[in-house]
Ligand binder design. Structure first.
Ligand code: ZN
Length: 433
């Protein structure tokens, strides 16, 4: 029977704003002394009023635009109620039915489009720390992270393999970093991944499983593969199909490389969402959207295409862009029209670590590739050698077979490893012949 995995991804990204989502406390909480960056608002004390962080809203919209979403003209925050120790208010301010952005997509290298359902903004929760204190097992809570702006990117379940999921995640990560809205450092928990998986086995669907809080692309990929195998076995054993009540939440143990059951999933209605009464709805003007659209830097796909159009090989362009080697990219662009530089060769030398971009790149490139067109004497020497080893062809040329010039140009290009300018070469060869 044909088995097709159905994979969706929820990605949480902590924004790097100066202050938190609804108060003036610093948003940068990493490595700070516990509970030193809190106030009545982010601690959820009675009577404290949230004031939305405009910068965070703009960053959220930029992410949406970069993911080809439409920006909703009308948007609002909602209260998502649940009780958990890391959430002081008893509810999280999130977005329910009117997120800032919806209906986008990410294009995989294969040309397959992965749909984005929504991009919304919410506040992060505090952090629990399970530890031992005076011989007793305790759980400590640090609220420095509580209230930090958090963007959630929800894909449609369009992926069919762990490889597709991994590629999608890498593209999201790259886009977030290029936008400069977050470093998306997964070791610091700035980007957290939650795959949703079930299977279509010959037209029958297995129950949906959501895997919580994964912090690496490899773990996400391993968890998905494990879950595919587990669901096949489970279905063969029990034959249980997906229903509205059997969605579950699992964790991933990267050491044992297995997923494990955490809890039966709360359905949306359990959260009793309602509009946040302390924050009026937003009207997002087209002017603001256009302003933000212009602020978006060149995204990876475009940047790669631009380099390729200048003559750089796609594999080299991809490496330069994914390493964010801005200096190299700028140098290459500035030398695009230089007749003495073969951009394809230069990019390849840079990618392979043979050409440094710190000093005078062009001078170093010319000395590396030895024969530059500046050195007319050197070129003449090369051409005379080729002529000397092909006397018959030289004669034929002189008797009128002028299209043989192409052969000499080709040989000279080869001898100079493509560093010479073909026009200069042709001119010189015609003269010498
Ligand atoms: Zn605060």
């Amino acid at each position: 029977m044909k088995t097709t995995p159905i994979i969706g991804l929820e990605v949480h990204v902590e924004l790097e704003t100066k202050s938190k989502m609804f108060c003036g406390c610093p948003a940068n909480h990493f490595g700070k002394k516990p509970n030193t960056q809190t106030c009545p608002v982010c601690l959820g004390l009675p009577g404290a009023l949230p004031v939305p962080n405009n910068k965070a809203i703009e960053s959220c919209i930029k992410i949406g635009l970069a993911l080809n979403c439409s920006v909703n003209r009308l948007s609002k925050f909602d209260r998502k109620q649940y009780f958990y120790p890391d959430l002081t208010k008893g509810y999280q301010i999130s977005q329910y039915d009117q997120p800032f952005c919806s209906d986008g997509s990410v294009l995989l290298d294969s040309g397959k489009k992965i749909g984005i359902e929504r991009v919304h903004l919410e506040e992060d929760t505090g952090k629990l720390q399970h530890t031992e204190l005076n011989g007793e097992r305790v759980t400590l809570i640090d609220f420095n992270r509580g209230g930090v702006p958090l963007v959630e990117i929800v894909s449609r379940p369009d992926m069919e393999s762990s490889a597709e999921a991994k590629e999608y995640l890498k593209k999201i990560h790259e886009i977030i970093r290029v936008l400069g809205v977050s470093n998306a450092d997964m070791e610091k928990g700035q980007m957290r991944l939650e795959p949703t998986i079930n299977l279509n086995i010959g037209g029958k669907y297995t129950p949906i499983v959501e895997i919580k809080n994964i912090n690496s692309f490899n773990y996400a990929s391993q968890a998905i593969e494990y879950e595919i195998k587990r669901q096949v076995e489970e279905f063969e054993k029990t034959g249980v199909e997906k229903s509205t009540t059997n969605k579950t939440t699992r964790g991933y143990d990267p050491i044992k490389k297995v997923t494990f059951l955490q809890r039966a999933k709360e359905e949306a209605k359990d959260y009793r969402y309602f509009p946040e009464p302390d924050i009026p709805p937003f009207i997002i003007e087209e002017d603001l959207v256009e302003k933000l659209r212009l602020e978006i830097p060149l995204l990876p796909e475009q940047a790669i295409e631009n380099l390729v159009s200048l003559g750089v090989e796609k594999k080299d362009a991809k490496i330069l862009i994914s390493n964010q080697n801005r200096v190299a990219i700028e140098r290459l662009k500035s030398l695009a029209d230089d007749p003495e530089v073969n951009l394809k060769k230069m990019a390849s030398l840079i990618v392979n670590g043979k050409l440094s971009t710190t000093g005078d790149v062009k001078a170093e490139y010319l000395s590396l590739t030895k024969v530059g067109t500046t050195d007319r004497g050197e070129l003449e020497k090369v051409i005379r050698e080729i002529m000397a080893s092909n006397p018959a062809l030289v004669d034929q040329y002189r008797q009128g077979k002028v299209n043989l010039a192409g052969f000499f140009v080709g040989q000279a290009m080869k001898a100079t490893h493509g560093s010479a300018n073909p026009q200069t070469l042709t001119k010189l060869i015609t003269e010498l012949l």
